[in-house]
Design a protein around this ligand. Structure first.
Ligand code: SF4
Length: 108
């Protein structure tokens, strides 16, 4: 009889514990593992083409200046050291940290 009344509570605690463990596990994974976005390409994205996006800033034309790349741009939302990351100008895509486009604005 005691088993029957304690069972729903035990089940709840078990489920709550499992959910909490899942949240902790997901939170500990690197963002890239579960939220990788497609890489931006000027060949298939009209806005990227219009803004002259390149994967390698050393291949960018004017008005690019040496040393400018996505990792140093205010719009880049990737973490330091990551090869790719989201960009506020291109939602739904990751840009190359060493890329560049005419939307470049240096971090302050
Ligand atoms: S806006 Fe900045 S971060 Fe985004 S693609 Fe252009 S240079 Fe890179």
């Amino acid at each position: 009889m005691i088993e029957e009344t304690a069972s729903p509570r035990r089940r709840f605690l078990k489920l709550a514990g499992g959910a909490a463990a899942a949240v902790v596990l997901l939170g500990s994974l690197p963002r890239r593992v579960w939220a990788a976005l497609p890489h931006l390409s000027a060949a298939s994205n009209a806005t990227a083409k219009a803004l002259k996006y390149v994967e390698d800033d050393t291949k960018a034309g004017p008005p690019h200046k040496p040393g400018q790349d996505c990792s140093k741009c205010v719009h880049f939302q990737g973490k330091a050291g990551e090869a790719y990351g989201p960009c506020a100008i291109f939602p739904g895509f990751d840009v190359n940290a060493k890329g560049w486009c005419t939307g470049f604005q240096a971090k302050g």
